[in-house]
Design a protein around this ligand. Structure first.
Ligand SMILES: *Cc1c(COP(=O)(O)O)cnc(C)c1O
Length: 474
């Protein structure tokens, strides 16, 4: 064995303690750490990309990383990082995530580990948490992008079936024309259309309800009537990123009865709202979807990367048709919900279920519901505070946990966009709160998405103070 490997093997305790100390230093710094790392600390020093010939051992490598790059880290795990939709990691989820690396299971149905059975058990608990039927089949994937991709790949197989074509076997060219309809599909679903060879141009945008990002069911009906025989995939949203709009799933299901399409529900973060009885009704109908996406690294507050893809049981055979993997050294694919090698794009898979399992054991339904309800309450307080600040205005009513706002003067002009960008740059430089730019109804807006388990009212106060301060010099 290489002497440094031998040394590290003998000093494993100290190495892991050093990693733990480093992690604690970061976590304890979160309340004061700049949410956005200073630009100069985000760059790599010359020579830092040079391969080490002899190595320095784990302890020096760890120390060097922390010494050189601690300042270059954002506070994305912290309570005032409202950019994108960014969850943190609850203590139980974080601890489990460390264990995942230590125990290093390859989660397939390999008959040598409990890992795939625990994945099934975790998904059962998640379904109980969110009011989803036990019959849904789930798999852990790396993120909602991948969950959307997998769902749409199964949908593509189903679209082929409508024409007697096996796309997985014959290829996309055998499929013929099809249609994908949505109102506010997440960009990752559009990316998935490209990855699936369906093409971004296949997406038809249907009209929305007035002042909303949600599909207008009457407009959808008109589209479907125009070409009733065309194989169709409808991408529904259960929580859009700008305004947390929920499509009217019961209305979409009634249309599916008549026209027969695949209904995919992207509930990346909005789905977790179902953990609270206050908001579960927003998701009504998602139990009957053909496929569902839920992120774990957003509102479930599990470290990156983790999401769940759900498929209605009757489509599991289609999922296996798409993702089956034949090899002389592997068992033949069988249609069963724990045979993960044949259900998702990966062959080797990280034991992603464990952090979710641990979080649900540790905090239960009540704990997750509390995070959801607190975030929603704080979003309302943030919105109230923003409205009271001269110079800021809400761009949309706050439905749940995302506040979409703008500078007072916001109009669809290049100057206003530049002014918004200056404001966000000042906010980043102040380092107290991070928000992301967006466009809503053509206007340059700003989003604050609250999903972190640590966020408290004092964080909202500090965020508002920083905004007032930055407005002065915009
Ligand atoms: C975040 C998000 C995605 C993409 O998820 P990743 O986890 O970043 O891959 C897809 N859909 C919605 C609605 C989202 O909020």
């Amino acid at each position: 064995m290489h002497p440094l490997l031998q040394h590290d093997l003998e000093h494993l305790d100290e190495i892991l303690e050093q990693a733990c100390d480093t992690a604690l230093t970061y976590l304890r710094s979160l309340p004061e750490r700049p949410v956005s790392a200073p630009a100069e600390s985000q760059r790599i020093a010359p020579g830092d990309d040079k391969l080490s010939e002899q190595g320095v051992g784990a302890q020096r490598a760890l120390a060097q990383f922390w010494h050189d790059h601690a300042e270059g880290l954002s506070a994305s795990a912290g309570p005032r990082y409202f950019a994108f939709v960014t969850g943190g990691g609850t203590p139980a989820a974080l601890a489990a995530d460390w264990l995942v690396s230590a125990i290093d299971q390859n989660t397939q149905l390999s008959f040598d580990s409990v890992a795939s059975a625990l994945e099934v058990a975790t998904l059962s608990q998640l379904k109980q948490l969110l009011g989803l039927p036990e019959s849904l089949c789930g798999s852990f994937v790396s993120g909602a992008t991948m969950a959307n991709f997998v769902s749409m790949a199964i949908a593509r197989q189903w679209l082929g079936l409508q024409r007697g074509v096996d796309v997985a076997q014959q290829g996309l060219h055998a499929l013929g024309p099809l249609r994908v309809i949505s109102a506010a599909a997440h960009s990752s679903s559009v990316k998935a259309l490209s990855m699936l060879g369906i093409g971004r141009d296949a997406l038809v945008n249907v009209a929305t309800l007035p002042e909303s990002e949600a599909i207008d069911p009457a407009a959808l009906e008109q589209l479907l009537i125009q070409d009733p025989g065309l194989p169709t995939l409808v991408l529904a949203s259960a929580g859009t990123v700008n305004t947390v709009a929920f499509d009217d799933l019961p209305a979409l299901l009634a249309l599916r009865e008549r026209f027969g399409f695949w209904l995919h529900v992207d509930a990346a973060f909005g789905g977790v709202a179902a953990a609270s009885p206050r908001y579960a009704a927003l998701l009504e109908g998602w139990q009957q979807a053909d496929s569902v996406t839920i992120d774990a690294h957003k509102w479930l507050n599990v470290p990156y990367d983790s999401a769940v893809q759900f498929t209605a049981q009757q489509h599991l055979a289609l999922q296996v048709q798409v993702f089956q993997n034949h090899s002389a050294y592997l068992a033949l694919p069988s249609v069963r919900p724990d045979n993960y090698l044949h259900l998702t794009p990966e062959n080797s898979r990280r034991f992603r279920a464990l952090p979710v399992w641990m979080a649900l054991k540790a905090y239960g339904r009540a704990g997750i519901a509390e995070i959801v309800e607190r975030n929603v309450q704080l979003a309302a307080i943030l919105a109230q505070g923003l409205e009271a600040i001269p110079g800021l205005t809400l761009l949309a009513p706050v439905l749940l946990n995302v506040v979409c706002f703008a500078l007072d003067s916001a109009s669809a002009s290049a100057e206003e966009t530049a002014k918004r960008d200056r404001f966000l740059k000042l906010l980043d430089a102040a380092g107290v709160v991070r928000c992301t730019p967006t466009t809503l109804a053509g206007k340059p807006g700003i989003r604050a998405a609250l999903v972190n388990w640590m966020t408290e009212e004092q964080d909202i106060k500090r965020a508002l103070q920083s905004m007032v301060q930055c407005l002065k010099s915009v």
